[in-house]
Each structure stands twice: as C-alpha cells, then as structure tokens.
Design a protein around this ligand. Structure first.
Ligand SMILES: [Fe+2]
Length: 315
C-alpha cells in the first residue's frame, strides 16, 4: 500500500465507525463545498481545501519524503523528534503513524469537536444546548492549540526524510464504536460490572499492570449504571464542564471517558453522573489497534512505540 491509500483507509474506517453515519458526513462535506463556492477569490486562497474532502481535519499526511510501497510502519501515540530518531536507529521504516495530531492537524483539532454535538444529541441532549455549550469549548480549544510549536516534529521528519501521517478522530471513532457495541451486548447493572467488562479488554488489562487501568472518578462500584454514554471517547477532546448537568437531564447515568479534568469531574459529581475513566493512552491504543489490524491484514509490519499498547485482534 502507498501512503495515500493507508491514509484513505484510515479516513474511511473512521467514517464507517462514526456515530453520525456516512450520510450525515457526506451532507456535511457537501455543505462545506457549497459555502466554499460562495467565497471570494481571496477567501478561497486562504481556505484549507482538505476540509472539502476530509471530515477529520485533525488527521493528515504531513510529509511524503518517498512515495514507496509501505511494508514497515512505526506507530505511536505521540510522535516527537525523539521517535523520528528512533525510526532512524531501527532502519527500514517506510512510514511513521502518530495518533495525536501534529502540525496543521493539531492546529485544526477543534474542528472535529462538532461531532460531539451530534453524539450528545443522539444521547438526548437538545441540539441547541449541545451546540451552545460546545461552541464555547471549541473556541477555547482552538485558542489553546494556537500557542503550540506545531511544526516541530514535521520539520524533523522533513530533515530526516521520513514519511509522516497521523490518524486521530478516525481511530477514536473506532474505539468509541467498539466500546458502545460491547456495552450494548452486555446487560450491565452496576459500575462494578462495567469495570469488569473494561478490565477484560486487553489494552486496559496491560494498562492496569502499570497502574493506568480503568478507574472510577465519580461514583461507587455499587452504583447503578443507568444509561451509559461513550460520547467522550471521540470528538477531539473533552467537552465543556457545563454539559454534565444537561447530560443528567437527558437521562445519562454513567460516562465512560478517556480522561477528565478536575473541573469537569466536579460538575459530573454535582449532576450525580458516574464517571469511569477507562484510561487515555490505553483507549487511544484500542482505536489505533483496530486501524493497525487493517494494515497488518495487508502484510504491513507494525512496530509500536511511544505508549502504544499494540494488541492485534487478527486470528
Ligand atoms: Fe488521546
């Protein structure tokens, strides 16, 4: 497979697993195209044209040094210059795949957060409330990533001559869908049942060995789960802390998240929502693994690094 084919596969898998459904995404891209057509020539020049084709702007190809047939991939959660030097040391790496966004993908992280509005709406939060609260948070995240040295790793890849891409929201979509399907198959009554279920997932089992396994942030093992939401597993990063009260009103009893800030924890607690934090890097690994299995199926060798707990689900 060539780099572009691997990238397209990631986007396609992300769309397949997207809670909004393919049709809604096609409609969204169509709307963006119509808006683009109405822009002035100057505005069109400034417009990121990838936004017309790619619903996940936090996932990109950053550099193609050599457009070779990819046989060996170095994959990690965070790729920094250190990992690129590692790739040089290992040798024969055709492509480096990061999970977390870099460069312009990181600058556009906030763009994918709109997804959360639709998912929250599916869980019963009125769309106007989801949009209102997310808008504030999306702007905050956009400002937050603005100060970062976006191109540091990309520049290193260019100097060392490495092919570099990332897959963030497509992989998080895969993890969210995996967890949702699993939860829906089980009849989970209490938080302890949910914890047992999560702890049986190999990535979380591995994380437990280093003390980073699933944890109850709010609530108690004895608490009833009620309706379980995986809305926080995908869609860029954490939502506004103000959303928890609205989620409780919409009938959500328990949230499974990757991570949660203290301010959000307090709000969830005040709203009597149970919070189970599955784990950040382990949840990221789960999503990456579901995508990397697709590459392994195509005879591509995967070398995990930078926190990636590589588990293959191929028989
Ligand atoms: Fe992450």
């Amino acid at each position: 497979m060539k780099i572009q084919e691997i990238y397209n596969l990631a986007i396609n898998k992300g769309v397949e697993a997207d809670f909004r459904g393919r049709e809604a995404i096609v409609k969204l891209l169509k709307r963006k195209k119509e808006k683009y057509e109405k822009l002035s020539e100057k505005e069109k020049e400034e417009f990121d044209k990838e936004a017309l084709e790619n619903p996940y702007l936090d996932s990109r190809i950053y550099h193609i040094a050599q457009d070779t047939e990819v046989k060996k991939v170095l994959a990690g959660i965070d790729i920094e210059p250190a990992e690129l030097l590692l790739a040089k040391e290992i040798g024969g790496i055709d492509l480096i795949i990061a999970h977390h966004p870099l460069g312009k993908g990181l600058a556009h992280l906030a763009d994918v957060m709109e997804l959360q509005c639709d998912v929250l709406n599916q869980y019963g939060v009125p769309i106007n409330i989801a949009e209102g609260l997310m808008k504030e948070r999306i702007e905050e995240v956009a400002r937050g990533v603005n100060a970062i040295n976006h191109q540091r790793t990309v520049d290193t890849a260019k100097i060392l001559g490495f092919n570099l891409m990332n897959s963030h929201t497509p992989c998080d979509n895969l993890a969210a869908k995996f967890l949702k399907d699993l939860i829906e198959r089980e009849n989970l009554e209490r938080i302890e049942d949910l914890l047992h279920l999560l702890k049986d997932i190999p990535e979380y089992k591995e994380a437990m060995k280093i003390g980073a396994g699933p944890k109850i942030f709010v609530g108690d093992e004895e608490n009833r789960c009620g309706k379980i939401s995986v809305a926080e597993i995908t869609g860029g990063t954490e939502p506004s802390p103000k959303i928890y009260e609205k989620m409780a009103q919409a009938g959500i009893g328990t949230i499974i998240g990757m991570h949660m800030r203290e301010e959000s924890k307090k709000e969830a607690e005040a709203a009597n929502i149970n919070v189970v934090v599955a784990g950040h890097i382990s949840s990221d690994s789960l999503g990456m693994n579901l995508f990397l299995d697709e590459l392994q199926k195509r005879n591509i060798q995967i070398i995990p690094c930078s926190g990636l707990i590589r588990i293959s689900r191929l028989k």
